[in-house]
Design a protein around this ligand. Sequence first.
Ligand SMILES: [Zn+2]
Ligand SMILES: [Zn+2]
Length: 453
Amino acid sequence: MPGIFPCSKIYINLRAIYVPYSLFNYYQTLVMETYATALLYAIPFFVGLVLFEVLYGHFVKNQKHNVMDTVSSLSSGLTNIVKDSLGLVVIIVSYPFLLKHLALVEIKATWLVWVIAFVVIDFAGYWNHRLSHHVNLFWNQHVIHHSSEEFNLACALRQSISNLLGYFSLLLIPAALLGVPHEVIAILAPIHLFAQFWYHTQHIGKMGWLEYVIVTPSQHRVHHAINPEYIDKNLGQILCIWDRMFGTFQEELEDVPPQYGVLKPAHTWNPILINFQHIWRLIKDAWRTRSYWDKLRIWFMPTGWRPDDVKNKYPITTIQDVYHFKKYKTSASKALKGYSIFQLLANTALMMFMFYNYSEIGFEGLLFYGAFVFVGIYGYTTLMDRDTYAVWIELFRGIAALALIVLSRDWFGLNTYFPWGSYLVSLYFSITIFGAIYFTYLEKEDASIEMIS
Ligand SMILES: [Zn+2]
Ligand SMILES: [Zn+2]
């Protein structure tokens, strides 16, 4: 069906994945063929727009970014990409399976199919989002997206790594019944996701009649706000009609300025930790409560619900006055801010090489490589938190990488592209070791002097 979509190359490639090796391989290939391909175009675009927003904020003297938070947001995006490209997810049921067993009609991929598919994906997205906000277990995989206490384009890139069960296809049953081809879903899904990026900004006001059709920045500011008037509202992803239909719509009010974050603040710049904070609290509560019924039901109760006995014995403070809570801040000198940006860029570069050299590295190599990037993000964001144990993570990572380079005389095949590649990577890991020691032991005392808001 050439011509139904400009990316006909992607379409043809997708035909190949119908060979059902195993669900895992299947998903792996799918990810690389569509999501990753789309990401390669999307990443520079997203980063460019984040930079534009930073510059815009600077020139109009209304900066909505702060270095540590933005580095944390972008690092979260990085963890998500690495996790997704490794395919670390268990697919409970796949869309092709549903399509095969449920399709009532077979419709050819005409423009109408694309429209139907888009509406069905958006409808499924609304309910998935609503589920994430309202059920304890599911909130864990979404809390990262809300964990920033700022609201800007970088927040959009705070995406989950704790969504380990692939159940989204179940929400696509309407599409399967209508016989929407899998290719259409596979191509639209990332586009639908990326189209949720732009509205994470405070620089765009209300948008007239569009407020009645699509999710706008104004509506999404309400969604990220913890004001009692706003919380858990505007769950739509592209179309706002679902919120209006199902009673979750809330307009941004002039006299209620949105306050951003989550009621149980993350208190860390480390995106990997944020991904598991909520489930860790649930595990502790389930373990500690005496009631077996509560141990069982805590996972499926409304977000924030806790058994009575542990609630009294182990109280957790939540934000009561949304206008006067203290935002998370660590002592950050200009040097540490610069170093955090450098680490973010370096780890992004490492990840990009993993992408380009994906098939040569091989699956086991990829897991190993992915672990380097993960531990890297864990290490430098812990350093940003000013936690002393960061130095041990960074030393371990640096020394392990240097040892690997010495033993293999290469960095995962980098030298074939660039003869001095592994020397450059060695230099980076040496800087990592010295950076960790410097910011943990040498700079720490006078860091507070240069503390900026
Ligand atoms: Zn949400
Ligand atoms: Zn959002």
